[in-house]
Write a protein that binds this ligand. Structure first.
Ligand SMILES: C[S@@+](CC[C@H](N)C(=O)[O-])C[C@H]1O[C@@H](n2cnc3c(N)ncnc32)[C@H](O)[C@@H]1O
Length: 275
């Protein structure tokens, strides 16, 4: 098949080693995501659709297109299509129990709690946090939750605060009643009080961070899994600097800091503390 012939299936697209390496490099340099060998089919599947939408003939043409786009919009959209946004309300429930049982009692005399949900995806994580605080913490409305992600499209979804019924299945019923509104078409929207504590912003974890902290709690769950050891180490140490002494870091339960040099104290699986 020649480059310009009509391509009808993903298999019609050829991704050479050289092209794959180029995409791997971009992804690593911009987002820290370490696309290992053996992900060629994933890249092909996700980008072939984009190539077709743009009316381009093949991967060479796409790579040129990305390079010529000075706004870097296409590069970000490439990264967007390669990242995994899987998330859910009250994911890894143990963390929410830890906040309720260990952190909220310590916060009882304060009204200035700051939390950062780093890699918040479509918003389920920060909304779960806010609902939990409204349920269990007297000063919930003065808490500030910063929720960031590298993807503009996922942040757009997050800001709507609207979810399908199947997405809110893990929200406890009394939370759904108290903090969500049922909408037409089997959708739920998060109530304004809960939303008002959260600020969504685009932030690439590999870039400079404009905020100063200090934070009482940082969640970076199921994000570092895609980074190599060096990138994880740099990131973890940056989180340490932004935490208040006594502040906590949560990582995903399938992630580990075992091979990373860091100054945190271990509390329990996926929970660390700055002393
Ligand atoms: C699998 S989701 C995790 C969502 C949530 N934290 C959870 O545990 O359910 C990973 C998110 O990390 C974001 N991400 C990946 N690389 C990033 C980077 N360099 N900077 C900021 N966000 C990034 C992705 O866009 C994606 O939304």
């Amino acid at each position: 098949m020649t480059a310009n012939a009509e391509k009808t299936s993903i298999n019609d697209y050829v991704l050479t080693k050289e092209q794959y390496r180029r995409i791997q490099d971009w992804l690593y340099q911009v987002s820290g995501i370490d696309l290992k060998v053996g992900k060629e089919n994933l890249v092909k599947n996700r980008l072939a659709k984009r190539i077709r939408t743009l009316g381009l003939s093949d991967f060479d043409a796409y790579i040129r297109y990305v390079e010529q786009d000075k706004s870097r919009r296409e590069l970000l959209s490439l990264i967007d299509s390669m990242t995994t946004n899987k998330t859910s309300f009250f994911r890894e429930r143990v963390h929410f129990d830890y906040i309720a049982n260990h952190l909220i009692p310590d916060w009882s005399q304060r009204r200035d709690i700051r939390i950062w949900s780093a890699g918040c995806s479509s918003g389920e994580e920060p909304y779960s946090l806010s609902m939990l605080l409204f349920d269990k913490y007297a000063a919930a409305s003065s808490t500030r939750i910063l929720a960031t992600d590298i993807s503009d499209s996922i942040l757009e979804q997050a800001r709507t605060g609207i979810y399908r019924a199947d997405q809110v299945e893990d929200v406890p019923t009394h939370y759904k009643i108290a903090y969500m509104q049922r909408k037409a078409g089997e959708h739920y929207s998060v109530k304004p009080d809960v939303r008002s504590t959260i600020r969504f912003a685009n932030l690439n974890l590999m870039a400079n961070w404009p905020m100063k902290g200090p934070f009482d709690l940082i969640l970076c769950r199921n994000v570092m899994i895609y980074f190599d050891r060096q990138t994880q180490e740099r990131l973890i140490n940056r989180y340490y600097e932004l935490l208040r002494p006594g502040g906590h870091l949560f990582i995903g339960h399938s992630e580990s800091l075992a091979s990373v040099n860091h100054p945190f104290s271990y509390c329990q699986p996926a929970v660390y503390k700055r002393d």
